[in-house]
Design a protein. Sequence first.
Length: 96
Amino acid sequence: VAAARRLADGLAVEPVYNLGSGEGTSVREIMTAMRNVTGVDFEPEVMPRRPGDPARIVAAGDLAARDLGWSNRHSLQEMVASAWRARQHAGDAYPR
């Protein structure tokens, strides 16, 4: 919506905005959050990194903050909980 407002006002917007906190989160941290939110105890199978996989990826929302006033407002735990609620309410819309 903020980007549409900027365009309507004749202001420039970037073609793409990355959104992120600027801090990295490990796969293990995500798995821990998933266990905490879902109550499902699971152990992921850890595999070696594939050729070409980056060692680390971090997204930052600096351009979105500058142009659109965007800021990261949710923790990892909150985002996982939101995704879990959406999945539960989707019923059979997602194959298992």
